[in-house]
Design a protein. Structure first.
Length: 412
């Protein structure tokens, strides 16, 4: 059995990390799999294939911004992928993100023509909207979009609101004679998908997985020494690929700080840098690491922290939360998206979204109670190992692949 996974990038971003981990895990368990990607840094992984062309990425992005259409502009890249599929005889197509200026929507017609089983893991709401990947900020996707309230949101449009047109185009491609098996990492996203044109398709819930051997509890003082943080500090960690993205909620985190005793507090920021004003920098010990990659370096961040702060407002099933839990770091954050399913009672404290005072109270409670942190951290680690380990994660997908092979006449 040969699997082809398709995603925007090989390693950057939550969807890429999930696809990469799964690709490695199924290969390690005897299933041949390759991840094909369209942009970003070229991978050295032998089980990967970059089909994208950088000039087409720029063209694709320009068309999205200038004309408001997306899923167009990557003709040659898409043909390269289609030819790669023909040459290599894959049995199952496993799609991840199909947005990000790297592949044409015509690829769906190709999948219909070759009649291979398709698994499509939905990492966000892009398949059911007319433009953006966000579902909770706006519900116009339920009525066909149009009159988009935020043309500047990714994928931004400079001039035209084509969300109504793009919603119809996607609907015709995704919901007309094509029957992929959908997978959602969270019940939260699956519920919304069932209210869309994709609602008639089968959808399975498979939570993202985490390497619990790479992300494991380690000596806190040793981790802090690597980061230059004194052992006697209380450390609150906030992490996101782009901390400036308002949907990551960093502003709410900084609002929450005024409700926390800052005596002995160190704020650790990891991800795309933020501009910290002089007043904030003078009041708090704030340390920015920038973007951090690699399991070892990330695990050091989680283990150096007393509490991992989650202010995401619209995330499906964030890998950062799984990684923190696997390292035995308790979580304080907003009760939103798939985070509500990850951080169940005893693993951390969740509060209503955008409530800075409640968030400050939750962070402060964990920072001020060592016994509570230890209990919540142990529970978080137990849940990560028991529910999100790579054996279970890969096994669930391999079972789906086998089922599709048996049910598909040409593959059995």
């Amino acid at each position: 059995m040969r699997i082809l996974m398709v995603n925007t990038e090989y390693s950057r971003g939550g969807a890429a990390q999930t696809a990469c981990r799964l690709n490695a895990a199924v290969n390690a368990r005897g299933v041949s799999s390759v991840i094909a990607y369209g942009r970003g840094r070229k991978a050295t992984d032998a089980n990967s294939y970059c089909f994208g062309m950088l000039p087409e990425v720029y063209l694709h992005a320009f068309l999205a911004r200038a004309a408001g259409i997306h899923g167009y502009g990557s003709f040659i890249s898409t043909k390269r992928l289609e030819n790669y599929i023909r040459r290599n005889g894959f049995d199952v197509m496993h799609l991840h993100n199909l947005h990000g200026y790297y592949i044409d929507l015509s690829f769906i017609r190709h999948l219909k023509e070759i009649n291979k089983p398709v698994v499509w893991t939905l990492h966000d709401g892009w398949p059911v909207t007319g433009r953006c990947p966000y579902l909770s900020d706006c519900e116009r996707w339920k009525v066909g979009c149009g009159e988009c309230p935020d043309l500047g949101a990714y994928p931004g449009s400079w001039f035209l609101d084509t969300s109504l047109l793009m919603h119809r185009i996607k609907g015709k491609l995704f919901c007309n004679g094509w029957r992929p098996l959908l997978v959602s990492p969270s019940k939260w996203l699956a519920k919304s998908i069932k209210e869309s044109c994709l609602g008639g398709l089968r959808i399975e819930i498979i939570p993202n997985g985490v390497d619990t051997a790479a992300f494991r509890p380690a000596d806190k003082n040793a981790a802090r020494a690597k980061l230059g943080i004194p052992a006697d500090r209380k450390v609150a960690l906030l992490m996101a690929a782009n901390l400036k993205d308002r949907r990551k909620g960093a502003g709410h985190f900084f609002d929450a700080l005024k409700y926390i005793d800052n005596d002995g507090l160190t704020v650790l920021l990891a991800g795309g840098g933020m501009a910290i004003d002089d007043a904030m920098a003078g009041k708090y010990d704030i340390r920015q690491t920038g973007f951090v990659s690699g399991a070892g370096a990330l695990a050091d961040l989680y283990n150096a922290a007393d509490v991992f702060c989650v202010t995401y407002l619209n995330d499906n099933f964030p890998n950062t939360v799984l990684e923190a839990m696997s390292c035995g770091t308790p979580v304080a954050g907003f009760d939103s998206g798939g985070v509500s399913e990850q951080v169940t009672e005893g693993c951390g404290i969740l509060v209503p979204p955008r409530d800075a005072e409640a968030l400050g109270g939750a962070i402060g409670r964990l920072l001020g109670d060592e016994a509570l942190r230890a209990a919540y951290g142990a529970a978080a680690r137990k849940k990560a190992v028991g529910e999100y380990g790579m054996d279970k994660f890969a096994g669930r997908y391999i079972s789906l692949y086998n089922e599709l092979m048996q049910d598909h006449p040409e593959q059995a």
